[in-house]
Design a protein around this ligand. Structure first.
Ligand code: PLP
Length: 357
């Protein structure tokens, strides 16, 4: 049995690349990772300074699970924290995929799902969104592909990375219903905190056909610490748990998470910042004649022509955007929403790259 390996491409700063481009990392503005534009709540540093680093972490992240349980009104045994939601994706692959099993991907989408399931010997089945449909998947097509391929897992990112499309509850329910009995829909809500008018998906997790992943890395600007969690039926959590390495969520991550959850208004403030900066940025990009995909998330998918060339030109100016070629979209870049001031600096650079007239 040969395993297909996938090199997963991600956004984020690359020190060697910045050095080669003559950009001091301190001067670079990273629009390629889409995080809370306000950063971590003030006070996180104090909270992590108090974390016990001499002893091994609490393997069950008890205090963090309690805090999540209270905030989400979800029983404790339905919550599993992870070393970023990326770790949870790998746990799903290990727990559900055996060599030759099918898994469904709603594409274009985040590459880690395929990387993790390929490493477990799975076979990818793609449900493709078309540009002409505004990157919204067709419901009947999706359910037909699922019925035919009988996947062990399906991954649906909502809102989707990189398109910013937010699917409805009805869509998610119809996908879950089409899955075979012993399989699961993983709903990745890494960016849901920044979506306006998001619907409440948590009740779906109770039924055992849908598992919901969230990223505190994104919600609270903790990318250097890594923290994510899963909300799912207890039997799903118990199926993943044996695959999770001991102590995978560090004491520092647990302390940061507990403190972040106590900062009730932080995510709401970030959502408002995202809305203002996103509206401004989308307006300016359209004035430059660029096609901007409507987005419910904290990033914009922008049609620029040769994305690799545009990225390289912006990089020289210290602005890092995501070339979407690895998503199968070589004419698009993805721009993570930062504070309005940073977005203004990006617009100034874009005006040099795309002079009008
Ligand atoms: C859709 C999606 N899910 C999950 C992740 C992983 O996030 P985390 O930092 O929580 O591992 C990312 C990171 O870019 C992402 O885009």
């Amino acid at each position: 049995m040969s395993y297909k390996s996938t090199t997963v491409v991600h956004g984020g700063l690359d020190a060697a690349e910045l050095h080669a481009a003559g950009v001091n990392p301190k001067d670079a503005l990273d629009f390629s990772a889409s995080l809370n534009p306000l950063g971590a709540p003030p006070g996180v540093r104090n909270a992590i300074a108090k974390a016990d680093i001499a002893n091994y972490p609490d393997r069950r992240s008890t205090t963090l699970v309690d805090a999540l349980s209270k905030q989400l009104s979800v029983p404790r045994d339905c919550i599993l924290p992870g070393n970023g939601s990326s770790e949870l994706i790998h746990l799903f692959a290990q727990a559900y995929i055996r060599p030759g099993d099918a898994f469904c991907l709603f594409t274009p989408t985040f590459g880690e799902y395929e990387g993790a399931c390929n490493a477990a010997g799975g076979k990818a089945v793609r449900i493709k969104a078309r540009e002409a449909d505004g990157f919204m998947w067709r419901s009947e097509e999706a359910t037909a592909v699922i019925r035919k391929s009988q996947p062990k897992l399906a991954f649906l990112c909502n809102p989707n990375n990189p398109t910013g499309v937010l699917v409805s509850k009805l869509f998610v329910e119809s996908v879950a219903k089409a899955l075979p009995d012993d399989s699961l829909l993983v709903l990745d809500e890494a960016y849901i905190a920044f979506a306006e008018k998001a619907w409440d998906s948590l009740p779906l997790a109770r039924k055992g056909r849908v598992a919901i992943m969230r990223s505190m890395t994104k919600d609270y600007g903790l990318a250097g610490i890594r923290l994510g969690y899963l909300v799912a039926a207890p039997h799903v959590i118990e199926r993943l748990r044996p695959h999770q390495p001991s102590w995978s969520v560090s004491s520092v991550a647990q302390a940061a998470g507990v403190y972040a959850l106590s900062q009730a208004g932080h995510v709401g403030c970030a959502r408002r910042e995202v809305r203002t900066a996103k509206d401004y940025l989308a307006g300016e990009l359209r004035k430059l004649g660029l096609g901007v995909q409507p987005s419910k998330a904290n990033f914009l998918l922008v049609k620029v022509g040769d994305a690799s060339d545009v990225r390289a030109r912006l990089l020289k100016k210290g602005m890092i955007v995501r070339d979407c070629a690895s998503f199968g979209l070589p004419s698009y870049i993805r721009i993570g929403i930062r504070k309005a001031n940073d977005c203004r600096r990006l617009v100034a650079s874009l005006k040099e790259v795309f002079p009008r007239g």
